[in-house]
Design a protein around this ligand. Structure first.
Ligand SMILES: Nc1nc2c(c(=O)[nH]1)N[C@H]1C(S)=C(S)[C@@H](COP(=O)(O)OP(=O)(O)OC[C@H]3O[C@@H](n4cnc5c(=O)[nH]c(N)nc54)[C@H](O)[C@@H]3O)O[C@H]1N2
Ligand SMILES: Nc1nc2c(c(=O)[nH]1)N[C@H]1C(S)=C(S)[C@@H](COP(=O)(O)OP(=O)(O)OC[C@H]3O[C@@H](n4cnc5c(=O)[nH]c(N)nc54)[C@H](O)[C@@H]3O)O[C@H]1N2
Ligand code: SF4
Ligand SMILES: [Mo]
Length: 873
């Protein structure tokens, strides 16, 4: 058994892996303090991610302009390109774009090479799109990017306010800890603040479906309420903070009526929330991308923090402003200084800091000022100012706003180096492609949302010539002439240097201090147990909570209130505000989860959610296809008519890319609007129009091999157990019989079925032994069978059973609810009809919900729906 850490979200769950040759088994690590034996659907499917997403798709060799080369040639070429860009265009013509999915050791080497040796701070990371507003707000309030809280706080609090977080799907194991906390503490109340009624509402006592982006106003109103009801902690304010009077003045006009008017919440909803907050000393504000990804995200984070400072609710068990991180190592990146706006190890660009870092690194130079932030960096590339960019562990052609512009920038950049595991939308622009080690192959550390450093450990050999990212960066540093400063031969050597820098001339001045780990031996590093920073000689076992002594890292050691202006957004008449976010079983741009059949059933196609009244106004119906657009680009998806989104708003997932479907990149329509302080893009509020998207004929085609074709007006492909289901839309009718015959070299036998009631046609192509391809066609896309049914039918080997199945109901709509047990909505409805009335009964009849538990909130929803009205469930 190898103990390691899950590579997905910022919860940072411990997993125990058993690996023998190709057989990998993954289970939860009962000892890891982040998850204590739990895993979510993505964590539970890790073994399949390793094997199904397997080596076939991997980049196995370095290449230059598509030609395979060896590592020496590749790194020679990179060093020469960097050298000549610097000589001809200066150091600022070189840029790195990193990721919260790198290990801390990779991140440290990249940051050091760029800021200390190449000599520019043009090194930014996808954390800019994720955590930069939270970082900037913590820095403004506390003088340091320091998360005060820990996971135990979620369990010992009495009020849990989830703000812009869909934790049930995005931090599922923390959500399960919250569910358990609520079961054991009847006093615990949960408030969900989200314009959408998300699945996380299953846990909430109160949902505040506020107007998009009006959170700042909501919290200004809260601060005013706390002051008006004299529940502020005057001693804490006087003793440990600055700026209260100004903050008080800035919220004075936000009485409840005015807040109600600007947030679209009722007085009752507001009074309820404000009273609960006022009367509950142990309150946690748990906030995520609904807050950060905004043109005023930093201000909103500070509006939240202000309420905690005013009540002194920080640095105590069960209380505090808890920004939750998304990626497995977003925190590690913040610690090394991976953002263009930081230098290293919680130091910035003041003279004493640059001098200190330069001396520590023994560097010829050091960047003296912040570099370009992600969106600006790609703008500079578009202008032709960036000559070499090295992109590691992120897919900016999909994840940055205004993706067409980003693609054009990448196309213009003379040298694009991409280190990745598999081909993706960004690797298409790579001049130099480097094979990186992935999860299970690489070794190093990650830091989770509660500042807990855990080891990721290798348990598999490297595929092909793949190498760890710190290694390839080190090779290039050495070739640029810095052998002495980049002597690393192991992740351990990098880690201890990083730990030493954290303590270097620190003397308690910088929050991030893991100097006690700087003497770790190779063995000690290998057996390192999860530990929360700071880890110092005074606190060798780490630190659960920060600011317990009420001393902050500002010059005055006092926390700062921030009086920020209010902010409101709205879509012009006739346009919609498009919100974007995550789904339960997919991870970002689907490079890994999109290859795992069990994770592709829950959401089979790119979609757009719309309120029923808006759909009626537009004459649109459930599961038609629609096109969302503006002058930046377009997105095509299936229409989901749901009353969980508000009128005038739309919601679409972020996951699909051009590897999986046509026109399915949501950032094609997201404008590159950023927060003025942090540079974080406003990913949650794009202004778009929406029209129906029609095709002459639609088909669902099931094959063993993937299908994609630009001849089709539309296609979207999903992985199933034995192959792929592709939805195809064509403008001229296709003779699918001819198409099928042309696809198979050996003779096949094609059988044709027609369902006179539904108008659906089916073609079954079989070889001598079994069906090899299925095609279902219809003029109305909503009438095509669903993927879960197709997957089941495709698994049938004998023609008799298949005939029976095809003469039955020909699919009908169904959806996968439980990925562990493959339980569909229809099966669950049938079980409810037969008397299963609660989670336990469903678990014992169908299994669903009894393994990872990620689907339990949905099962609760179906049980409630059935209890209210058995006909609609
Ligand atoms: N399954 C899964 N889990 C993941 C990831 C994944 O890709 N898949 N990614 C990880 C990463 S990197 C991150 S950053 C996290 C993100 O985790 P979350 O932040 O929880 O996820 P999102 O779905 O991006 O957005 C959260 C919610 O913000 C809401 N929202 C939008 N606008 C507003 C607003 O104006 N105010 C408020 N209060 N809410 C608003 C959206 O409706 C949405 O429900 O998830 C992590 N976990
Ligand atoms: N509209 C909109 N846009 C968003 C968001 C949103 O909510 N809405 N969310 C934003 C947020 S919070 C985030 S975090 C980003 C995420 O966006 P990205 O970072 O672009 O997404 P990923 O798919 O996680 O890309 C990670 C890549 O790294 C590769 N990889 C994995 N491990 C390694 C490794 O060890 N080394 C190397 N070299 N490569 C590796 C994977 O194969 C994959 O190609 O998207 C952002 N974009
Ligand atoms: S909650 Fe799920 S995705 Fe996140 S670390 Fe744990 S197992 Fe991995
Ligand atoms: Mo993120």
């Amino acid at each position: 058994m190898q103990a390691t850490t899950c590579p997905y979200c910022g919860v940072g769950c411990g997993v125990a892996v058993q690996s023998e040759s190709d057989a990998v088994q993954v289970q939860a690590d009962a000892q890891h303090p982040a998850n204590l034996g739990r895993l979510c659907s993505k964590g539970s499917a890790l073994a399949a991610t390793v094997s199904e997403a397997g080596e076939a798709a991997r980049i196995l060799h370095p290449s230059i302009d598509g030609k395979q080369v060896d590592w020496t040639q590749a790194t020679d070429h990179i060093a020469a390109s960097i050298r000549s860009a610097i000589d001809e265009h200066g150091v600022d013509s070189v840029a790195f774009y990193l990721s919260g999915q790198l290990l801390t050791e990779d991140y440290y080497v990249a940051n050091k090479l760029m800021k200390g040796f190449i000599g520019t701070a043009n090194v930014d990371t996808n954390s800019r799109l994720c955590m930069s507003s939270a970082v900037a707000a913590y820095q403004r309030a506390f003088g340091a990017d320091a998360v005060p809280c820990c996971y135990e706080d979620l369990e010992c609090t009495d009020l849990l306010v989830l703000i812009g977080s869909n934790a049930a799907w995005t931090h599922p194991v923390l959500y399960q800890r919250m569910v358990q906390a609520k079961q054991s503490n009847p006093n615990l109340r949960v408030v969900l603040i989200d314009p959408r009624r998300t699945i996380s509402n299953d846990l909430a006592d109160l949902h505040l479906p506020l107007k998009p982006s009006s959170d700042g106003i909501l919290f200004k109103g809260l601060l005013r309420h706390l002051i008006a009801h004299d529940v502020v902690d005057r001693a804490f304010i006087a003793g440990h903070t600055d700026g209260f009077a100004e903050a008080e003045r800035s919220v004075a006009s936000w009485d409840i009526d005015r807040v109600a008017e600007h947030t679209d919440l009722s007085r009752d909803q507001l009074t309820q929330f404000y009273d609960w907050f006022a009367t509950t000393p142990k309150a946690i504000s748990f906030y995520s991308q609904g807050i950060n990804q905004s043109a005023t995200g930093t201000d909103k984070c500070n509006d939240i923090i202000n309420c905690h400072l005013a009540t002194g609710r920080i640095g105590q068990p069960g209380a505090g402003p808890f920004s939750i991180t998304g990626q497995p190592n977003a925190m590690g990146g913040r610690e090394v200084g991976g953002l263009a706006s930081q230098l290293a190890a919680h130091m910035g660009f003041t003279e004493p800091e640059t001098d200190r870092v330069q001396r520590f690194w023994n560097a010829p130079t050091v960047a003296k000022q912040p570099g370009l932030k992600a969106v600006d960096l790609f703008d500079a590339m578009h202008r032709g100012d960036i000559k070499v960019v090295w992109i590691l562990a992120t897919n900016p052609a999909v994840s940055l706003p205004d993706s067409e512009h980003v693609r054009a920038a990448l196309a213009k950049c003379p040298t694009v180096i991409v280190s990745d595991l598999t081909a993706n939308d960004t690797t298409e622009y790579a001049n130099v492609l480097l094979p990186a080690l992935g999860w299970g192959e690489k070794d190093g550390t990650v830091t989770n949302s509660e500042r807990r450093i855990s080891r990721q450990r290798a348990f598999r050999p490297a595929p092909g010539e793949a190498k760890s990212d710190w290694w390839s960066l080190t090779q290039v540093a050495q070739k640029l002439g810095y052998e002495n400063q980049f002597p690393y031969t192991s992740a351990h050597e990098v880690f201890v240097e990083h730990a030493r820098l954290s303590g270097f001339e620190n003397n308690g001045k910088r929050a991030f201090d893991i100097s006690a780990l700087s003497t770790l031996t190779g063995k000690g590093y290998d057996s390192l147990k999860p530990v929360q920073w700071p880890v110092t000689h005074a606190r060798p076992k780490g630190t659960a909570r920060l600011f317990t002594n009420h001393q902050f890292f500002t010059a005055t050691q006092r926390a700062q209130f921030i009086a920020a202006p209010p902010h409101i957004i709205a879509a012009p008449d006739g346009m919609f505000l498009l919100n974007t976010g995550r789904l339960r079983d997919q991870w970002h741009t689907m490079t890994r989860t999109g290859q795992v059949a069990s994770l592709c059933g829950h959401d089979e196609l790119p979609f757009v959610e719309m309120h029923p009244d808006d759909a009626a106004d537009q004459g649109l119906s459930q599961h038609q296809f629609v096109q969302v657009q503006n002058h930046h680009g377009r997105f095509i998806g299936r229409l989901n008519v749901v009353d969980s989104v508000q009128r005038g708003q739309l919601f679409a997932p972020i996951h699909w890319t051009q590897q999986f479907a046509q026109s399915a990149i949501i950032n094609s329509v997201v404008a590159p609007v950023v927060d003025a302080v942090s540079g974080q893009p406003q990913s949650k509020a794009a202004v778009v129009s929406l029209q129906r998207f029609d095709c002459q004929q639609w088909a669902r085609v099931v094959t063993t091999e993937p299908l994609q074709s630009n001849d089709w007006a539309y296609w979207a492909q999903t992985r199933i157990a034995r192959g792929y289901v592709t939805l195809v839309g064509v403008s001229d009718e296709v003779d699918w019989k001819i198409w099928l015959r042309s696809r198979f070299e050996s003779p096949i036998f094609v059988k044709h079925y027609q369902n006179p009631l539904s108008g659906q046609q089916a073609l079954i192509a079989s070889d001598e032994k079994r069906p090899v391809a299925l095609v279902f066609t219809h003029a109305n896309v909503a009438e095509l069978p669903s993927q879960v049914w197709l997957e089941r039918v495709y698994a049938i080997n004998d023609s008799a059973t298949l005939n029976q199945e095809l003469h039955g109901e020909l699919g009908g709509y169904d959806e996968l609810i439980c990925s562990c047990f493959k339980t569909t909505r229809k099966a669950i409805t049938a079980a409810m009809e037969q008397g299963s009335e609660d989670l336990e009964a469903l678990a014992s009849t169908l299994g669903c919900g009894s393994k990872c538990g990620s689907c339990r909130p949905e099962l609760n929803g179906l049980l409630r729906l059935y209890a209210e009205n058995p006909m609609v469930a």
